[in-house]
Design a protein around this ligand. Structure first.
Ligand code: ADP
Ligand code: MG
Length: 250
């Protein structure tokens, strides 16, 4: 049973305070959704959980299975079972996508990065299910990837990494309907396999597929609303501005 716990997290970027006391928990098999207007701090939270050194923890902590990640480098966090997919994944055109996958699988199984890894066959199969063309494996990471290919590639990596906790920043952004359905199916399978999932999104559609057990709404670095599907409906119908006004938040 894995547990990710964000405890009263305050984070600054380049000296500017962005997160102002965020607390949430994600457990094995659970799907938790994070919504909130642009600039509310969702990606900042995910970058901090990933261990990006630009994001300075001013107060509070992030714990995996009860142990603080404060001193853990990003690759150590990955080795401990955490996977973080970014809103705008970085392109590394010099590295073939197949090599990145092989290196990741080797990191997971304690092999040398350049070793051949038999699990790469699984990658081809899952890519097919995600609607990702096989030629991406021979392209540089992100090289000329469309928005949809970027997002599918991130989810492919998440599935192959077999994380205990998977964090995905807007995995549905820029995806067509089929892509969204394929990704939702894959994420449901990941959760059924025991992974805890925390994802951010702007859209109700993916949450209809995923049926998260908890939905949070972030605003100005704080979680201001918490609930179930009724919150998603309210966001969809009223929009943030009206919702916050009605709730006396802003
Ligand atoms: N590197 C940075 N330097 C300064 N401000 C930043 C930086 N990254 C994010 N911010 C600011 O932090 C706030 C939250 O951004 P972000 O976490 O990307 O929000 P969201 O993902 O919810 O749209 C925004 O006001 C943004 O301008
Ligand atoms: Mg963001």
């Amino acid at each position: 049973m894995a547990v990710l716990e964000v405890r009263n997290l305050h984070v600054a970027v380049d000296g500017k305070r962005i997160l102002k006391g965020v607390s949430l928990t994600v457990k094995s098999g659970e799907i938790v959704a994070l919504m909130g207007p642009n600039g509310s701090g969702k990606s900042t939270l995910f970058q901090t959980i990933a261990g990006n050194p630009r994001y300075q923890v001013v107060e509070g902590d992030v714990l995996l299975d009860g142990a603080s990640l404060k001193d853990a480098a990003p690759e150590e966090r990955f080795a401990k079972g955490l996977f973080v997919g970014f809103q705008s994944p970085v392109a590394i055109p010099e590295v073939r996508f197949a090599f990145l996958i092989q290196a990741m699988l080797n990191k997971r199984s304690g092999k040398k990065l350049g070793d051949a890894n038999p699990k790469i066959a699984e990658a081809f199969k899952i890519a097919g299910e995600l609607g990702l063309k096989q030629d991406v494996f021979n392209r540089g990471v992100g090289a000329g990837f469309s928005g949809g290919e970027f997002k599918r590639a991130e989810v492919l990596l998440a599935l192959l990494a077999k994380p205990s906790i998977a964090i995905l920043d807007e995995p549905d952004s820029g995806l067509d309907i089929d892509g969204m359905a394929a990704i939702s199916k894959a994420l449901l399978r990941l959760a059924e396999g025991g992974a805890g999932i925390l994802l951010s999104t702007h859209y109700a559609r993916i949450l209809k597929f995923l049926e998260p057990s908890k939905v949070y709404v972030m605003y100005d670095g704080r979680l201001v609303l918490e609930g179930g599907p009724e919150i998603v409906k309210k966001v969809e119908e009223a929009g943030y501005e009206r919702l916050f006004k009605e709730a006396g938040i802003a």
